[in-house]
Each structure stands twice: as C-alpha cells, then as structure tokens.
Write a protein that binds this ligand. Structure first.
Ligand code: MN
Ligand code: MN
Length: 316
C-alpha cells in the first residue's frame, strides 16, 4: 500500500518531473529540527546594480534541480546516505524595499536554521545576500572561497554600501572573514575604476584572475587554495557569473571569457574534506536565461556543493 505520509520517495524512484519541486526533490521541512543540511531559497534582488531578476532564481533552480539524481559520478558521494537533507523553504521577507531590513530577515532566518543544528546551503538572490549569510554563519572570522567574475569588494553605489558589488568589503570590515584566508577565483571584466581589485589585493586577499586560473589550470588553483585555507572553517560562495555567459547567460552582470562548467565542477570537487560551514549559489536571473540553461547549471553547482558539505558533515 502506498505510504502517503512519506515526504518524498527515499530512493528517488518516482519520475523526476513529478511532484511539487523542492531543491533536489528533498523533503520540504515543517520544522528546523533534526536536519544536517538545510537547503534555503533567498528570493531577494533589491541590491542589484544592473540587470534584475535574481529574485526568481530559487524558484527556477528548484524546478531544474528536480533533474539532479543522488550519486555523484565523479566522487561516488551520495549526500542523502550521509546526511539528513531538507528544503526549509524561502527566507520570509518583511521589507523588500529596504536592503538593510531584508538582510536582517536573511540573517534571522539563517541563524534559526543554524541554531536548529543544520548548516546552510542557500540559493539566491543577488550577491548582497552573502553578507547576512556570513553574519549568521561566521561565529568567529572564517575563510572564504569566492568564485565570481567580480571581487565584490567595491564600496557604495547610488548611496548604498550594501549593494551586490560590496558584500565582501563589508564582511571584511565587520570581521567576518579572514582576508589572508580569502581566495577570489575567476575575476575578470573591464572596470571604470580598479577600486575593488585594489581593495582585495591591498587587504591580503588572494585574487586569481581568470587568465591565471586558465593558464595554470584548475588543479593548481585548487592546490594553492587548499594550502591557503588549511583547516580553518570555510564558507564557499559561488556567483553564477563566474561561468562564461555562453553556458550561463541568465545573470545580472555577465562577463565573457569565464569558467567552463567542467572547470567550475572541477574547482568545487577540489575542495572536498575542507572544514565546510556553509555555501551559497547566487545571481541566477531566469528572465535573462535561455532554455533554463543557467538555472540547470546553478542547480548542478548547488548539488556539487551539497556533496561537499555532506561529506564534511559526515566526517565530524
Ligand atoms: Mn558576485
Ligand atoms: Mn559577479
């Protein structure tokens, strides 16, 4: 007899196009207790400086993530065997027209997730959401792996210092990240002023421009990053615009000449068994997408991050 109480078919044997889409077809949690890894939607794009639409990212990534299966073909990790994983829904917002208040809503919700014992894996949303994510996650200063076309260490824009080009400058000022253990990978694109690059390099962050990554190769980038981070608790933030817009056009600030999807997956897989405390994927803008390509790429990146987090959690 069919068990209609089971939140999802545990062996994922139901056709993948059926059911209400949660992230990875994980059960939708009705409590924050008893979860190892919480999948969180952050539908907020009030801090963008260019093309909009990242508020629609979580819903479309949920949809495309129904294509994800369980066992990673490269690492043979099955995160669902290692951990209790649930979709805890979207951050509830109360003041979407105010950036600081919205960031407080994110921090409050993610803090309650962490208090319940889970570590967060979030899907944005514009990149400003990583600041409140770090505020909730970093109990003391943490290491940061930041994969992006942009350093996001610019300062105020149009009167707001919380715009999506500034979260890691604010995180540094607030003592949330250790600059000497912050690695920014895939940086590129002309700028009108070099302020962001200068801020990162001038404060001790390791900035790997895309040419260096491609000339030295992914393995070298992984090796150096691992040596920099060591055992320090580390947060990974993945901006989808790190990937070339040929593969991920649905984003707000596209820059050509980016990572290929295999390079991006190789990078993430290189960070196995670090001391992971959380991760996010941001800047997916479905209205600018073609054939759901960017959302599928974002969902796949999120699945790879889930495998990383699950392995580390299972080893604790
Ligand atoms: Mn970014
Ligand atoms: Mn970016």
């Amino acid at each position: 007899m069919t068990d209609y109480q089971t939140p999802r078919n545990p062996d994922m044997s139901a056709p993948r196009y059926t059911g209400i889409p949660t992230f990875m077809r994980a059960p939708l949690a009705d409590t924050l207790e008893n979860i190892d890894i919480a999948l969180i939607g952050i539908p907020y794009d009030g801090a963008l400086t260019n093309r909009p639409g990242a508020r629609h990212g979580p819903r479309e990534v949920r949809n495309q993530s129904s294509l994800m299966r369980a066992i990673n073909h490269a690492t043979r990790i099955n995160p669902y065997e290692l951990c209790k994983i649930a979709d805890v829904g979207d951050v509830p917002f109360n003041s979407v027209f105010n950036i600081e208040d919205s960031h407080r809503d994110i921090e409050d919700f993610v803090s309650s997730v962490i208090s319940g014992g889970a570590i967060p894996l979030s899907c944005g949303g514009d990149h400003s959401v990583s600041l409140p994510l770090l505020r909730a996650t970093a109990k003391s200063p943490v290491a940061l792996i930041h994969i992006d076309a942009h350093t996001d260490t610019w300062d105020s824009f149009q009167g707001s210092k919380f715009n999506h080009g500034a979260p890691f400058r604010r995180a540094h000022e607030e003592g949330l990240i250790i600059p000497e253990k912050t690695v920014q990978i895939g940086i590129r694109g002309a700028q009108n002023v070099s302020e962001g690059w200068d801020y990162s390099e001038g404060n001790g962050m390791r900035v790997m421009f895309i040419e260096e990554v491609q000339n030295r190769g992914i393995e070298a980038a992984v090796e150096e990053t691992r040596a920099i981070i060591g055992d320090t608790p580390v947060y990974i933030t993945f901006d989808i615009d790190s990937i070339d817009p040929a593969f991920a056009p649905g984003t707000g600030t596209p820059e050509i000449g980016g990572l290929t999807p295999p390079e991006a997956l190789g990078l993430i897989r290189g960070f196995r068994k670090l001391n992971h405390i959380g991760a996010d994927v941001v800047e997916i803008s479905p209205p600018f997408d073609n054939g759901d390509l960017t959302s599928l790429t974002g969902a796949t990146v999120m699945y790879e991050l889930l495998c990383l987090l699950a392995e580390t959690v299972s080893l604790r």
